[in-house]
Design a protein around this ligand. Structure first.
Ligand SMILES: Cc1cc2nc3c(=O)[nH]c(=O)nc-3n(C[C@H](O)[C@H](O)[C@H](O)COP(=O)(O)OP(=O)(O)OC[C@H]3O[C@@H](n4cnc5c(N)ncnc54)[C@H](O)[C@@H]3O)c2cc1C
Length: 448
């Protein structure tokens, strides 16, 4: 059954040059680049804080997969890392490679000033799922506020919602999940514990957490754990001297459509039952965990993939593996893919299987990189909309590489810069001269 919704009126809150929707890694890159271009820029975020998955889902290990290579991060991501470290150092983290991790709590505070100092107006608690489209242009974007709908007019709009909610509302076609059944990677509710015996776990400079994780996986595979959750790995993040262990990436719910409120409800609740179970298990099976307590559960279930727009170019896993060169490249990233099987199958899968047969993962190696073309940020049929982050135009396995937090910030920075050029030159994103965009990104210290 359907109903027809009566027409409503909405106050127009602002008329800006550039509107960025979504304040995660991509939205931060986009908003900061747009603000610095001198264009009036508004950033809308549905939650009460910025950071996206890093802060809302405790994904604090932004670049852990890069620790064994020499890839030099650049652009706004590099600035963010440097400025964060200058203020919060390693946020009390005593594990090796701490420089690849943030504290999501300090990061929330840091991002407020980092984004606003670029001249960006930030509106939190601003959920967007409706637009007014006139032919190929977004005339208005509507915030669903507690006071009713509020409209924003913008010359250029950048969708950084992770789920491409703005593009979806605009009618842009999309893919979701793997080709055969549209299943996505599982949703995960990360959590934190306190009371870990940090001194024992780091005794003699040896990180025992790695060994504990290895044994857990072995026991799971041997059918010894008796746990209900199908996740066979237990990556763990930040450990402080005071016994706080953060980013425990274990509880996974499978078969969830990240855009369905019914599925999201099931995912959140199912993962909470797994948290209770695994905390008990840790206490009784992990050395140094005998006295732990559950400290906090991430505010929201996190997703590694959902909608991926149809754009002017679909980046494929073959492009990634062949280091395909593009004339319109706007970012270069280490060759990397990491896709949890939608079926919880931990057998080693091949990227060419497109996620059908197991866990598809390859960590970066020195000198192997891939390029991201600007055309993948341009949604089909739209003249004032760009998309950045994990929902750009890519196939399912390629997405598992471009979803890396720093890569999302690179595509965000490129989209923000392109939108700035489009406003300044009265162009559409599609007609922005690519060499000018590339020069501008290089002048912002982006390396590609
Ligand atoms: C459990 C887990 C582990 C991961 N591990 C790693 C890792 O170790 N390293 C790594 O690099 N990556 C990792 N990832 C992937 C990474 O977190 C994401 O790919 C990345 O955060 C995507 O960035 P984004 O900006 O595109 O989207 P998001 O981080 O999802 O940010 C989107 C933002 O938009 C907001 N938003 C969404 N919809 C709307 C709307 N309609 N209106 C207004 N605002 C909206 C959200 O609140 C959010 O702030 C992991 C992900 C998960 C879930």
């Amino acid at each position: 059954m359907t109903i027809t919704i009566p027409a409503k009126t909405a106050a127009v809150y602002k008329d800006v040059d550039i509107l960025v929707v979504g304040g995660g890694p991509a939205g931060i890159g986009a908003a900061v680049a747009a603000g610095r271009s001198g264009c009036s820029t508004l950033l809308l975020e549905k939650r009460g804080f910025l950071g996206g998955n890093i802060t809302a889902s405790y994904v604090e290990t932004c670049n852990h997969f890069m620790h064994s290579i020499h890839f030099e991060v650049s652009g706004i991501y590099a600035e963010l890392e440097t400025q964060y470290r200058a203020r919060f150092e390693n946020s009390g983290d005593i594990r090796p490679n701490a420089a690849n991790r943030f504290s999501s709590e300090y990061l929330k505070i840091f991002l407020d000033s980092f984004v606003q100092s670029a001249g960006v107006e930030v509106c939190l608690h601003s959920f967007v799922n409706e637009v007014i489209r006139e032919r190929d242009t977004l005339a208005y974007v509507l915030i669903q506020s507690k006071q009713g709908p509020v409209a924003v007019r913008a010359k250029q709009v950048i969708d950084c919602t992770g789920d491409s909610d703005v593009a979806f509302a605009s009618g842009v076609p999309f893919d979701q999940g793997r080709d055969k059944d549209h299943q996505c990677q599982p949703g995960t509710v990360n959590f934190r514990i306190v009371g870990v015996d940090s001194a024992a776990l780091m005794a003699g400079g040896h990180d025992q957490l790695k060994e504990i994780g290895r044994k857990f996986r072995e026991d799971y595979r041997a059918g010894k754990t008796g746990l209900a959750c199908k996740r066979q790995d237990i990556p763990m993040g930040r450990l402080t001297a005071n016994g706080l262990l953060s980013y425990i990436n274990y509880p996974c719910a499978y078969g969830i459509d990240p855009t369905s409120f019914k599925d999201l409800t099931r995912g959140e609740m199912e993962c909470r039952t797994y948290i209770l179970e695994i905390v008990d298990y840790m206490r009784s099976h992990f050395p140094g965990f005998e006295r732990v307590e559950l400290a906090s559960i991430a505010p929201e279930i996190g997703f590694r993939d959902s909608r991926r727009i149809h754009g002017d170019y679909r980046l494929t896993i073959d492009d990634v593996l062949n280091s395909q060169h593009f004339d319109d490249t706007i970012a270069v990233f280490p060759q990397f893919y990491d896709m949890l099987s939608p079926d919880a199958n931990m057998n080693e899968g091949s990227p060419q299987d497109a996620g059908y047969n197991g866990y598809i993962c390859s960590y970066p190696k020195d000198d192997l990189t891939f390029e991201i073309p600007y055309r993948s940020l341009l949604p089909l049929g739209m003249d004032n909309l760009l998309v950045a982050g994990r929902c750009i135009c890519a196939d399912h396995v390629a997405e598992s590489g471009i979803r890396a937090i720093s890569a999302c910030m690179y595509t965000g920075q490129a989209a923000g810069t392109a939108a700035g050029l489009a406003v300044q030159r009265a162009l559409t994103p599609r007609t922005v001269p690519v060499p000018v965009l590339q020069d501008s990104l290089r002048s912002q210290h982006c390396k590609f």
